[in-house]
Design a protein around this ligand. Structure first.
Ligand code: NAD
Ligand code: ZN
Length: 259
């Protein structure tokens, strides 16, 4: 794979980088993106109808069942070559921050340290009443196998008896302030931002690459399709993240080095 020499040169000396990821970085691990048609039990639902506080209030079993099904899907998946290349880059760049819109844990499992989860995670549910975190039992959620009529009752909070909700940011909810602050600070400081596998249409997350670009960062997009970011990106690398990222890593950091 050939990359523009100015991009390779820039990356060789970069000190602060943000890797901004969306559903596309996990697609090759078998986790469907939001634009992909839903499969299995959930085929007949529009995800936007499952991803709101109102939907949870109206039908907690439906929404909890959907999230437990997704959590199981993630637990059965493995990080791919893109997640691994991103984790490896951190050994070569003094300051690398992964900012992800994904609620899976594949960046962590590939070895990235403390990725910023803008939209929360599947693994830290909390009480809808008192907001205390709720510890999920270890291992796979087996009961998803027995989901009947798409429904699974959410556990109850040990403290107040309220229903446990997924630890994700739903449509219409604010991003947690500390999470947003970390992401905002990283994009303001970075010299290069790699935007991988995101359609970049959901705000405020989609604002982050634009902030970086306005402050002079080099914006690089990795995506097989065109997106709204194309106009602002200095470099558009068209392709699958699992192919482009390891090749880019190789071209910048692995060549000419022993071993
Ligand atoms: P997205 O599904 O909107 O976009 C995925 C992007 O990945 C697309 O641009 C696609 O071309 C690209 N892609 C697909 N395969 C790829 C591959 N192998 N390598 C590289 N790129 C690939 O996902 P998003 O941009 O992460 O969405 C942002 C946020 O929006 C999500 O975190 C979510 O919170 C929210 N969202 C939710 C819903 C919903 O209905 N629940 C719908 C849309 C967005
Ligand atoms: Zn509670």
């Amino acid at each position: 794979m050939d990359f523009p020499p100015p991009l390779i040169e820039r990356l060789r000396t970069v000190r602060r980088i943000v890797v901004f990821t969306g559903a596309g970085v996990s697609a090759e691990s078998g986790i469907p993106t939001y634009r992909d048609k839903l499969t299995g039990l959930w085929e007949r639902f529009d995800p936007e109808d499952l991803d709101t506080r109102r939907a949870f209030k109206a039908d907690p079993e439906l929404v909890w069942g959907w999230y437990e099904w997704r959590r199981r899907n993630v637990m059965q998946s493995e990080p791919n070559a893109a997640h691994r290349a991103i984790a490896a880059m951190a050994n070569h760049v003094p300051e690398l921050t992964v900012v992800t819109q994904n609620i899976d844990d594949l960046h962590e499992r590939a070895g990235s340290v403390a990725p910023v989860h803008l939209h929360g995670t599947l693994f830290q549910p909390r009480c809808i009443g008192c907001a205390r975190p709720h510890a999920l039992p270890p291992g796979m959620p087996d009961e998803v196998e027995q989901v009947v009529g798409y429904r699974l009752a959410p556990p109850r909070c040990g403290h107040c008896g309220g229903r446990i909700r997924p630890g994700v940011v739903w449509f219409g909810e604010r991003l947690p302030r500390d999470v947003w602050r970390r992401a905002d600070m990283a994009v303001r400081r970075c010299e290069v931002i790699l935007c991988i596998g995101t359609s970049s249409v959901v705000y405020p997350a989609a604002e982050l690459p634009l902030v970086a670009a306005r402050r002079g960062a080099v914006l690089v997009q990795i995506n097989p399709e065109s997106t709204g970011l194309e106009r602002v990106a200095q470099f558009n690398l068209a392709g699958q993240a699992g192919e482009v990222m390891p090749a880019l890593f190789e071209a910048v950091w692995a060549q000419g080095q022993p071993g």
